[in-house]
Design a protein around this ligand. Structure first.
Ligand code: ADP
Ligand code: ZN
Ligand code: ZN
Length: 739
């Protein structure tokens, strides 16, 4: 037997794995992650290395392969655990061990120390409050917001203020000149807030919150480690519950990781954690440089931090005694990596927690089908939180049938109901968000008369219209000519569904010439920070209406928004994806949740051609259970995840003919090796876009009840393509249960 060993795990060039022979006395004792001593270099100096894998064959000249000297006597270090996790990820998600290691291990990179700036309030509390009053009177929203934040914490990190609080540099400069605040620089990175009044504010938990917290504490203190799913509507107080759970764990000398989608790392969220855990909190985000990221990781490893908050990659924080992993908004697709290894943070968190004796808490207002399915099966403990603590009631939701609008002669994208409510809000000087539920690339054909959408006869997904005038199914490759009339009602009023945000902006401006309109989509957010600028302008009430794609649905709270319009709920319903119902339900529920965050109750209008579709009906009723029941039946019937498992094998190649041939052989091979696993092999089909940058792409799907059977197939395919040089020119990637 041979062991794959990496020598330097903290180096940027983590690109080489060495093979060593395992001597007889160590046979059966080595495992991935273990620290070993190996002879290295010409002098055979003994150095430390880590086992990353074991194999029966050796790729090098056998006479030159050296023996592993010994297993290092040291205790199990965090690196060991993370390398073992990387081995698990490689096994379960595919790709190479190096790709997994790079995902999991903090890697050092040379980097100059950045200079940090912070803002300090120069006024005393009383003067500050007078000033705040003045800004509010003058309707200077940005200044007021900054002043309110400074009255809470006299010192704030500059970046936090500009990026998270959406305060522009000129505003800061103006207040600096007026001697309201000062900007100070500091060489070392510390916390963005000074920790004077951490944990000052105490709240009384609601009964629902108490139940969850007590159950968790009871389990935890008796050594029971589980995965908990909190299904709680927005505002039900989940974040308060997480913080109390973390407190329990931290008080026992352990550490916690909190995963949140990047877009939800808002000023408010960040500050809540700082106030509660003070200096012992660290925040990770994508704006940190590689060097800063590494520093954060090292602080965590050295025990200087108890709580790490960040997006997906924060999952790999090298805490020495990890006690808890919290995943907020667990249904968000950003928790799935888009690069090999295409891991899902939820599953990987559960795995990491298991091996390190930690607990996992998942939270969402609209749990993913996966999480709820597992909870229902008893794998996770389920908590429900149904009442809002201190906040407003849920918005009233109206569904508008766009077919009826057409029948009564309204051809505009704005229904009469929505137009009427918009007029009302504009008069009351309240704000409106219009949301175009649009995700993808290719449109689908729908009948304007009866709402019929043309679908694949084999897959129950909509067919996409392609430029060549044909309609195609991305799951099985089924193709037919573009329909000229509706197969249901013979109407010729059939069209591609492709309204853009730009068009909508124009129509809104036409209908309400005096309204101030902002637009946020791919086009308007191309520039750096454009995203934040638009949101901050809207937060400052520099516009009455914000038109945008789903990027406007998440993140920021706008207390003055009391009306949300979803212009075409169908857009995500008939994308060619078995998850489209789930995604639509989540987006509509979130969109409705945007209305009425402040003191006034909100309203939401959902415009749709499919008012009877269960995803629309249940979202309008804000009834998760009803949605889940319908959706799980569909998944069961079709054998889709989470009921069964799906492996996507992506194949790409510059030579289309070669690709076709390769896919053919691959499929034949998979059919041969799938054995008695009962796996279905589907495709090869186009993965949505079948050529990117002159590289042609195909995908083969393998569907099986047993995840393990898919792992075996993946392993066999990896071996197959390695020994057949015909695949050298092809790139093959695996994606388990793709999103
Ligand atoms: P979620 O994470 O479920 O959306 P949060 O924890 O953010 O909910 O709570 C929503 C708001 O209600 C926050 O401002 C929070 O401080 C407040 N809140 C939560 N629980 C309580 C409570 N028991 N008493 C008073 N306010 C609460
Ligand atoms: Zn029709
Ligand atoms: Zn099909």
């Amino acid at each position: 037997m041979f062991a794959d060993i990496i020598i330097d795990i903290q180096h940027e060039k983590l690109d080489k794995i060495f093979q060593y022979r395992i001597p007889g006395r160590l046979e059966g004792k080595l495992e991935p992650g273990m620290e070993v001593l190996v002879p290295f270099g010409n002098g055979n100096r003994q150095i430390k290395g880590y086992v990353t894998g074991l194999s029966e064959t050796c790729d090098y000249d056998l006479s030159k392969v050296k023996d592993v000297a010994d297993i290092s006597e040291k205790g199990v270090e965090i690196e060991t655990k993370l390398i073992a996790l990387a081995a698990w990820m490689k096994e379960n998600y595919g790709g190479t061990m190096l790709q997994s290691l790079k995902t999991v291990l903090p890697i050092r990179q040379k980097e100059n120390a950045k200079i940090r700036k912070r803002l300090r309030l120069l006024l005393d509390k009383e003067t500050g409050e007078r000033q705040l009053h003045y800004y509010l009177e003058k309707n200077q929203k940005a200044r007021a917001r900054l002043m309110a934040a400074l009255l809470d914490d006299r010192e704030l990190e500059y970046e936090l203020v500009t990026k998270k609080l959406n305060i522009t540099v000129p505003v800061i400069r103006a207040l600096e000149e007026q001697r309201v605040l000062s900007v100070e620089t500091e060489q070392v990175y510390r916390n963005p807030v000074k920790q004077a009044d951490a944990e000052a504010r105490r709240i009384t938990y609601t009964q629902e919150q108490r139940m969850v917290i007590e159950r968790f504490q009871r389990d935890y203190e008796t050594g029971i480690r589980q995965t908990y799913l909190i299904h709680g509507i927005t505002g039900s107080g989940k974040t308060e519950v997480y913080m109390e759970m973390i407190r329990t764990v931290v008080d026992m000398g352990k550490q916690a990781i909190v995963l949140v989608p990047e877009i939800a790392l808002t000023y408010q969220t960040v500050m809540r954690f700082y106030r509660r855990f003070g200096d012992r909190v660290s925040i990770m985000n994508s704006r940190l440089s590689a060097g800063e990221r590494y520093d954060q990781m090292m602080r965590a490893k050295d025990g200087k931090v108890d709580v790490m908050i960040g997006p997906r990659s924060a999952l790999f924080t090298p805490f020495p005694d990890l006690g808890l992993i919290v995943i907020d908004e667990e249904h968000e697709p950003t928790y799935k990596s888009e690069q090999t290894p295409r891991y899902h943070a939820r599953e990987t968190a559960v795995r990491r927690a298991q091996t390190e004796g930690a607990g996992v808490v998942l939270g969402s207002a609209t749990p993913s089908m996966e999480a709820m399915y597992r909870a229902r099966k008893g794998e996770y403990v389920l908590f429900e939180m149904k009442s809002r603590s201190g906040m407003q009631q849920l918005a009233d939701v109206y569904t508008v049938d766009l077919r009826e609008e057409l029948k009564s002669g309204n051809r505009s994208i704005l229904s009469r109901k929505l137009t009427e409510l918009m007029r009302d809000r504009l008069e009351k000087k309240e704000q409106i968000m219009l949301f175009l539920n649009r995700r993808g690339y290719s449109g689908f054909l729908s009948c304007r008369e009866c709402g019929h959408v043309i679908k694949c006869p084999h897959c129950n997904v909509s067919l996409s219209v392609h430029r060549d005038g044909k309609m195609r199914c991305h799951y099985c490759g089924y193709t037919r000519p573009k329909a000229g009339e509706c197969p249901e009602c013979r109407s010729r009023h059939i069209g591609e569904f492709r309204a853009g945000t730009q068009q909508i902006e124009d129509i809104v401006k036409e209908t309400f010439p005096e309204a101030r309109v902002l637009r946020m989509d791919m086009d308007t957010t191309r520039q750096k920070d454009a995203h934040e600028k638009i949101l901050s302008a809207f937060a400052n009430e520099e516009a009455d209406i914000l038109v945008g794609t789903q990027m406007i649905v998440k993140g920021h709270d706008f207390p003055n928004v009391t009306l949300v319009g979803v212009l075409a709920a169908d857009m995500s319903l008939y994308t060619d994806d078995y998850r489209s119902g789930e995604r639509t339900f989540q987006l509509l529920t979130q969109a409705a949740g945007r209305a009425g965050r402040g003191e006034r109750k909100g309203e939401a209008v959902i415009q749709t051609y499919s008012p009877d579709h269960y995803a629309v009906v249940t979202a309008a009723a804000q009834d998760y259970e009803a949605f889940y029941e319908e959706e799980i039946c569909y998944r069961e019937l079709m054998g889709y995840p989470p009921v069964e498992n799906l492996l996507a094998v992506f194949v790409s190649c510059e030579d289309e003919e070669l690709l076709e041939k390769g896919c053919h052989y691959l499929k034949e091979y998979i059919l041969r090796v799938k054995g008695k696993s009962g796996a279905d092999v589907i495709g090869p089909a186009s993965p949505g876009i079948d050529k990117i940058k002159d590289v042609y792409r195909r995908v083969i799907y393998v569907k099986a009840a047993d995840y393990g059977a898919l792992v075996v197939i993946k392993d066999r395919v990896e071996q197959y393509i390695e020994i057949n040089s015909g695949f050298n020119k092809m790139r093959i990637q695996f994606d388990f249960n793709p999103l």
